[in-house]
Each structure stands twice: as structure tokens, then as C-alpha cells.
Design a protein around this ligand. Structure first.
Ligand code: AP5
Length: 218
């Protein structure tokens, strides 16, 4: 299957993507993670992307589309993939449609997660991430079994640079202006399923599974 996760920052896309990929053995591509790794390694892409990410803005379409197109060309995506955080603009959605069409493929489902702004600010301010393996925790809602270290690989957990309140607000504004129009775009194509992201993590995961298992038009 080819599935897209879309939604405002902090709604739980990454958490659900990580769990779904583990449950179903799907190849997961999280553009935020790929960009953060590029920044960490100081690659030309990372150097160009950093200022946009720190400001809570979107990285320009041409950079992200080029990066995704390279990643999608890998053999491991031939049988499907889960895209977390891409597309985020109509231009990216159109580019994705073309990339897949060139391979005789198409998206199966777009899952849109929803939550109001207070829930999001609470989640992002308590988020802790593993800089080594990318696992995501929350100090109250999903604590690491290893305390301040990652339960998966043991690295010390960190708070993301863009999880400061002013940057969170900027990211929410950018989401409303640039990404929210994707909901109508995918609804018109019959691909959209909306999921309440405010439920507990396991309940959201069950709803995602239900959406993936639902019969779709051939
Ligand atoms: P990215 O990393 O994709 O950030 P984002 O979309 O802002 O999303 P987040 O990672 O902040 O949140 P999430 O929805 O994954 O929530 P999470 O599961 O962590 O992108 C970062 C930046 O990269 C962008 O700002 C942009 O600059 C750039 N970028 C990336 N893709 C791009 C693109 N396509 N085009 C242009 N630029 C791009 O959960 C949050 C917290 O809540 C966690 O602590 C978690 O444990 C907790 N939690 C999750 N679910 C629940 C639940 N159900 N109940 C309680 N707690 C929960």
C-alpha cells in the first residue's frame, strides 16, 4: 500500500507512523527525520534547509521534492511505503502523483489526523526524541522505559529545537495556510480518511488500522 499521513505539527503522525511501520513491516519515509539527519550531517541539503526548519517554515518545494524523489527511487519502496509529512503543499502533492504515475503506481489512502491547538502545544512541549534512532516519546503520555534515555537504543533523549512555543505557533499557522488545503485536494480524489488524533495512542492506532483494512474501490 501507498499511504500518506498528514496533519498539524504534534498531532501524532510520527508516533503512528513508527508504530504502523513496525506492525506491518512497511517502509516509512518521514521527511522531517530525513531533513533533520541532513542538518546533523551538514550536507548541502541540510545547510539550505536548517534556517527554514528553525523558523518553523516549510523547506522550499524544489528541495523536498528532489529529496523525496531520490528516496522513492530506492528498491525498498517498490511494494509500497508510508509517507509521514509529505506532501505538505499542493505542489508537492502534484509532484508525488507524477512520480508514482511514472512507475504505474498511485496512492491508496491519505490519513488526516486532527487535534486542536491546546492539545498540540501540550504534546510538543513534552515531546522528547532520540537523536540516534528517531524514536519519539512524551514525558507524560508516552514516557521512555529508560527514563531520560531511549528505550530502543539507549541514547540520551533531546528536545527538538523547533518545539519552542513561538515556533510551534508559527508551524501551526504555516500548516493552516499551506498544508490544510491538501484535505480538500485528497477528499476530491476519494482518498481522504479523517482520524481524531486526540484519543489515546492505542485508540488512534486502532482507528488507523481500521482505515487501512476498509475495502477501497478497485
Ligand atoms: P516534521 O518533523 O514532519 O514536523 P511536524 O509535521 O511539525 O510534525 P511533528 O514531528 O512535530 O509532530 P507529529 O505529528 O509527528 O507528532 P508526534 O508523533 O511526534 O517536520 C519538521 C520540519 O521539517 C517542518 O517544520 C519543515 O520545516 C520541514 N519539513 C518536513 N517535511 C516537509 C515537507 N514535506 N515540505 C517542506 N518542509 C518540510 O507526537 C508529538 C508528541 O505527542 C510526542 O511526544 C508523542 O509522544 C505525543 N503523542 C502522540 N500521539 C499521542 C496521543 N494520541 N496521545 C498523547 N500523546 C501523544
Amino acid at each position: 500500500m501507498r499511504v500518506v499521513f498528514v496533519g498539524p505539527p504534534g498531532v501524532g503522525k510520527g508516533t503512528q507512523a513508527q508504530r504502523l511501520a513496525e506492525r506491518r513491516g512497511m517502509v516509512k519515509i518521514s521527511t522531517g527525520d530525513v531533513l533533520r539527519e541532513a542538518v546533523r550531517q551538514g550536507t548541502p541539503l541540510g545547510v539550505r534547509a536548517k534556517a527554514f526548519m528553525d523558523a518553523g517554515s516549510l523547506v522550499p518545494d524544489d528541495l523536498v521534492i528532489g529529496m523525496l524523489s531520490e528516496r522513492l527511487a530506492g528498491d525498498d519502496t517498490a511494494r509500497g511505503c508510508l509517507l509521514d509529512g509529505f506532501p505538505r503543499t499542493i505542489a508537492q502533492a502534484e509532484a508525488l502523483e507524477k512520480m508514482l504515475a511514472r512507475r504505474g503506481e498511485a496512492l491508496d489512502l491519505v490519513v488526516a489526523f486532527e487535534a486542536d491547538h491546546e492539545v498540540i502545544v501540550d504534546r510538543l512541549s513534552g515531546r522528547r526524541s532520540c537523536p540516534r534512532c528517531g524514536k519519539v516519546y512524551h514525558v507524560r503520555f508516552d514516557p521512555s522505559p529508560a527514563g531520560a534515555r531511549c528505550g530502543g537504543c539507549g541514547a540520551e533523549l533531546v528536545q527538538r529545537e523547533d518545539d519552542r512555543e513561538a515556533t510551534i505557533r508559527r508551524r501551526l499557522k504555516v500548516y493552516e495556510e499551506e498544508t490544510a488545503p491538501l484535505l480538500a485536494y485528497y477528499r476530491d480524489r476519494g482518498l481522504l480518511v479523517q482520524v481524531d488524533g486526540t484519543a489515546p495512542i492505542d485508540a488512534v492506532a486502532a482507528r488507523v488500522d481500521e482505515a487501512l483494512n476498509a475495502p477501497r474501490p478497485a
